[in-house]
Design a protein around this ligand. Structure first.
Ligand code: EPZ
Length: 449
């Protein structure tokens, strides 16, 4: 049995800050001088949006859960580790990307506001806690820049499984003193988080749970495969109907986190914009089918090379393409901002329609300040290609808007400074090092004291 030293961190050799200096470094900025094409190799990190629910799965069992290929330097991973430590989970995050989480005993069933507000995915402790302990008090995560982000589907599902739900003073109080029971849950809309929360809770419920209109994202499949390795009986992963047998009896396991498909897509778009040739190591092209078509029609060459993907654009002009974001396997909403940046310099025009979140165009005004020609009508934006972008001082508002501005800076004339980059540190491991390693003129500037 793996022993877990009390809550140990290890600083990974990278430019991302450890949690202790996260606050300060979050005010850093990134300066880029545009015009360099990209040549080299980038290793894709483990997927943040897979790692977070996987970490919460450790609450379901009193044996250690070992996760490998974890993006351990990311802010969100450190924040969620703090939340889990608060609940009594001992954790060890190692520099080689291995995280060992051991919920031998749950010492608290409350996830406090000051932790949940920093990282809304903390709400994923709700299902496992109620399932394991019969009770959970979790702060409502609140909205964020891209939308109101309600959790009504999470709560309706737990209610259907027999939990009593009370909303009080900004907290959700969920209780199921006699344990949860299996239920048939039909989601009115596809929700990644609700599917994850309820799939985890259902593992310890009495009887079978059937999730219909469930999310099909690769991160859902990854979580389900880890739960199966822990002893759960789950069928239908990657399809809209997931069956979980329930009954508990889970044990510790070891699981490798899938590579980050959004990071992969981001760097593919970076090459489309800047030109050059980059080998993406550990990239899983099969997780990006909806992106390949629009990128190839825009002018990017994409080819598999063994376990890697080589992307290149040498001289061919970029052409506009239309996209509409949808739940998987549709075009991912988390790549919408990055793709829009590419459209700003494409010949012709492209229409971008955002159907998943209600306010995910905050990158538009900043791109327009750099000379882009974008018109927004409610959930759609028409992007008319311009000959060039001009470097500027810009501000980031959310994780994907931040990286869209970094991509714009790679090709803008002159210097671009992206401020308030704490968002970036939440979802992109060492983005400055990875881009600089391919020839980009990019540096991180510490905030003035
Ligand atoms: C996950 O968020 C991801 N975050 C998001 O990535 C991603 O954009 C999103 O899934 C969609 O793929 C993590 O995995 C940590 P949803 P989640 O529940 O689970 C509505 C990034 O940039 N909804 O699938 O919160 C909701 O408002 C982040 O990496 C309800 O109405 O997304 C949204 O309109 C951003 N009620 C839609 O469903 C609910 O109870 C999809 O949300 C839950 C969701």
């Amino acid at each position: 049995m793996q022993t877990v030293k009390e809550n140990t961190w290890a600083k990974r050799e990278s430019h991302s800050p450890g949690s202790e200096d996260q606050k300060k470094s979050g005010l850093d900025s990134i300066r880029i001088v545009g015009g360099k094409c990209l040549k080299g190799t980038i290793t894709i990190s483990g997927a943040t949006t897979a790692a977070l629910p996987l970490m919460c799965a450790s609450l379901l069992v009193d044996e250690p859960l070992q996760l490998t290929n974890m993006p351990v330097t990311l802010g969100d991973i450190r924040t969620l580790t703090d939340v889990l430590n608060e609940l009594g989970v001992t954790s060890a995050l190692r520099a080689d990307g291995v995280a060992i989480l051991h919920a031998r005993q749950i010492k608290s069933t409350t996830a406090p506001y000051d932790m949940v507000r920093k990282m809304r995915a903390s709400v994923l402790v709700l299902g496992p806690l109620v399932a394991r302990c019969g009770r959970a008090v979790v702060s409502l995560p609140g909205g964020c820049a891209i939308g109101t982000r309600p959790i009504d589907l999470h709560l309706a599902g737990l209610k259907a499984m027999g939990a009593e739900i009370v909303l009080k003073d900004g907290y959700v109080e969920a209780s199921a003193p006699d344990g949860l029971k299996g239920a048939k849950i039909d989601f009115p809309i596809v929700s990644v988080g609700a599917t994850e929360n309820l799939m985890m809770a259902a593992c310890l419920a009495k009887g079978e749970t059937v999730l219909s209109n469930a999310a099909c994202e690769p991160e859902i499949v990854d979580l389900g495969e880890c739960l199966i390795a822990m002893g759960a009986k789950i069928e239908g992963l990657g399809t809209p109907v997931i069956r979980i047998a329930g009954g508990g009896g889970l044990k510790g396991a070891t699981h490798a986190v899938i590579p980050d498909r959004i990071e992969t897509g981001t760097y593919m778009i970076a090459v489309a914009l800047a030109g050059g040739t980059v080998r993406l190591k550990n990239a899983r092209l099969e997780h990006l089918t909806a992106l390949i078509g629009p990128l190839e029609s825009a002018g990017l060459q994409i080819e598999r090379k063994d376990a890697d993907v080589v992307v290149s654009r040498n001289g061919r002009p970029l052409k506009g393409a239309d996209i509409m974001t949808k739940p998987y396997p549709g075009f991912p909403t988390d790549l919408q901002a990055q793709f829009m940046t590419m459209l700003t310099l494409s010949e012709g025009a492209g229409m971008v329609t955002e159907t998943v979140f209600e306010n995910r165009f905050m990158h538009v005004p900043e791109l327009c300040r750099m000379g882009a020609n974008i018109t927004v009508h409610q959930g759609s934006a028409i992007v008319r290609g311009v000959p060039r972008l001009k470097g500027a001082e810009v501000m980031a508002t959310d994780l994907r808007a931040s990286v869209a501005l970094i991509l714009a800076g790679l090709v803008a004339e002159g210097e671009t400074t992206v401020n308030r980059i704490y968002h970036l540190d939440r979802g992109y491991e060492d983005i400055v090092g990875k881009l600089r390693g391919c020839g980009a003129q990019i540096e991180r500037l510490p905030a003035e004291d």
